[in-house]
Structure formats: C-alpha cells, structure tokens
Design a protein around this ligand. Structure first.
Ligand code: C5P
Length: 221
C-alpha cells in the first residue's frame, strides 16, 4: 500500500466571457481521472482538482475539488501542494482568459467583436518553482506531432521531474478518446514509450513510473 498523497489536475478550464459564454477546450478529463483512480487503487490519497467534466470519481480515497477557471485551479493547487508528495498536472488549462468579464450578455451587432485575452498563470511551472526535494512534479505535453525536443524544453522550463508526451497526430490518441499513446521523458531523455492503449491501462504505466522514481530518490517515501 502506498502511503503518499498526490495532487492530480484534470479536465479543461472554462474562461468566462459573459454569463453564457466561455473559452474552453475539448479535454474530457479521462486521463487525469484514470491516473487518480490508479493511485487510489494502490493506496494513495488523491486530491483531484478538476475543471468541468462529466465524469464521476469511483474510489473514496479521492477527494474531488471542482473548479471552473484556471485562476481557481491555480489557487486550489497552491493550497493543496504543500501537503502532497507530488503533483501530476493532466489538466488542459486554457492558456488565455478574457481581460474583462462582461456581467451582461454581450449583444450581437453587425460589427466585428474583439475580446482581449491575457495569459493565465502556468500552474505546473508555479509548482515546479516551489517544489521541495521530496516532491515530484509531472506534466503532460500535448503536441500536434510527437515532438520530444519540445517536450524536453517544457520539462526544463517548468522544472518538472517527468513529462508525458502525447501526440494529437496519433490516430485515436489525445483529447476525447478512450485510448492514448505516450512517451515519458525525464531530464535525461526518453524513459518509456507505449503502444496505443486504453487510458486506464496507460494510467497503470504512468503511475508505476512515477512511484519507481519517487522510491529511488533518497529522502522520498
Ligand atoms: O505549456 P503547455 O500547456 O503545453 O504545458 C502542458 C503542461 O503544463 C500540462 O501538464 C498542463 O497541465 C500544465 N499547464 C498548467 N497550467 C497552464 C498551462 C499548462 O498547469 N496554464
């Protein structure tokens, strides 16, 4: 049984434009939920901070924290991370949010409409910055082509221990699908590659790799 607590983020974030509209993406939350379930199955406590998804948590060892926007996800992650042994950042956080929220529904006119966006906080990078020696931070990289160089750059920029690359170019892989195909990299390069598999099966591989690293480092449980 694993005596650890992990923070997992999942799903998309929705950035509100007005009371009825938002900027979002097609993330289903399936990969993040599968990782949370696998960790809980092995005995870990899990804090699952999720954006809006239509999924249910099965294992009672998972504490589900529902959020809508990137700012809310950021805040919850800041709150929970210090009490965790690590974080797995699976959420597809919106990169930008509208500068202004319109409390009134924006009316249709014949003119062009410009909505000014500003960048959201990078949650993974913020945890990478403050992580202790005994904490791991794992990120995901979703690219339109399997690009290990880009993934490695992301790992370095966000100070991650591992990055999991999945390519939207692979058939049946990525957002919305039940299947995915991944490559895991650490600071030395590729440490794992998979076939196209169910996300629940990949969650087993991903969690095994994370636990292996956690247990191999002195000072970690
Ligand atoms: O930079 P990019 O969005 O490709 O990075 C992906 C990784 O960073 C994922 O692990 C994602 O959950 C995380 N991320 C985040 N906050 C953001 C953007 C990405 O935590 N604002």
């Amino acid at each position: 049984m694993l005596n650890i607590t992990y923070l997992v983020t999942a799903g998309p974030t929705h950035e509100q434009i007005d009371p009825v509209r938002y900027i979002g993406n097609y993330s289903s939350g399936k990969m993040g939920f599968a990782i949370a379930e696998r960790l809980a199955q092995l005995g870990a406590k899990v804090i699952l901070v999720t954006g809006p998804v239509s999924l249910e948590v099965q294992n009672p060892a998972i504490t589900r924290v529902d959020v809508v926007s990137a700012d809310q996800m950021f805040e919850k992650c800041q709150d929970y991370f210090p009490t965790c042994d690590g974080a797995i950042m699976v959420a597809a956080v919106a990169d930008y949010k509208p500068v202004h929220f319109s409390p009134e529904k924006i009316k249709r006119t014949d003119e062009n409409l410009t909505i000014t966006l500003c960048p959201n906080p990078d949650i993974a990078a913020s945890l990478g910055k403050v992580k202790r020696k005994d904490q791991l931070v794992v990120g995901f990289a979703l690219e339109t082509a399997a690009d290990e160089k880009k993934a490695m750059l992301k790992l370095q920029q966000k100070n991650l221990d591992l990055i999991i690359l999945n390519s939207l170019g692979d058939h049946q892989a990525g957002f919305k699908y039940d299947t995915n195909k991944i490559t895991i990299l650490d600071s030395t390069g590729v440490v794992f590659t998979s076939e196209l598999k169910l996300k629940s099966e990949l969650a087993i591989d991903i969690v095994a790799k994370i636990i292996e690293i956690q247990q191999s480092r002195p000072g970690m449980c």
